[in-house]
Design a protein. Sequence first.
Length: 208
Amino acid sequence: MIKLYGFGESRSFRCLWALEETGLPYEYITTKLRTEAGDPASAQHSDYRRLNVQGKVPTLLNEGLVLTESIAILYYIARCAPESGLLPNASMDVYARLDELSSFVLTELEQPLWSKGKHTFALPDEYRIPQMMETAKYEFQKATATLDRILPESEFAVADSFTLVDILLAQTFNWAIRFNFAVPARFLALRNRHYRRPAAQRALNLAG
Ligand SMILES: N[C@@H](CCC(=O)N[C@@H](CS)C(=O)NCC(=O)O)C(=O)O
């Protein structure tokens, strides 16, 4: 059975939500961030770091397979449950668009959010640059303005149905809200629309 190690509404939430969308059987293991390595539930514990060298979440295990990148885990879950439509049965062009948007989320949209996280709590004190916050706000504003131009004004990002890129977009805007970034009304609505899905609500309950 699939095991997913995760923490709260961090990037692991993408994967937890996807599992809930599919109905696949799985076990969710809360893995605490920023706790002492001696805590057996800590992402810094030596047992966990044997699975995930960086001591980060998420990690997915399934029958000897170990995956430690949220996007790879999302695609894997989607491929384990083709009937979920998280990866739609669609044309090459639709797939290419889905890949492009996934890449945009990871390389453009979430980077300023992660910059804020790194320079607020994740990096050692001596490597934090307070001025980074203004840069992060500027970069996020640029990324959302771009997305506003490239994302169609439809219910779903691609293929007229809910896919993994909708999870990625909604979870990333949720992250932006939690980190007090200025999220345009259109993307607040996107986040709210997709978070109303029963699978998202179940995942929120599990994530705690
Ligand atoms: N590229 C990885 C990044 C994973 C990552 O950085 N996870 C964060 C939580 S969102 C983490 O575990 N950070 C460790 C910490 O903050 O101590 C992915 O997308 O899965």
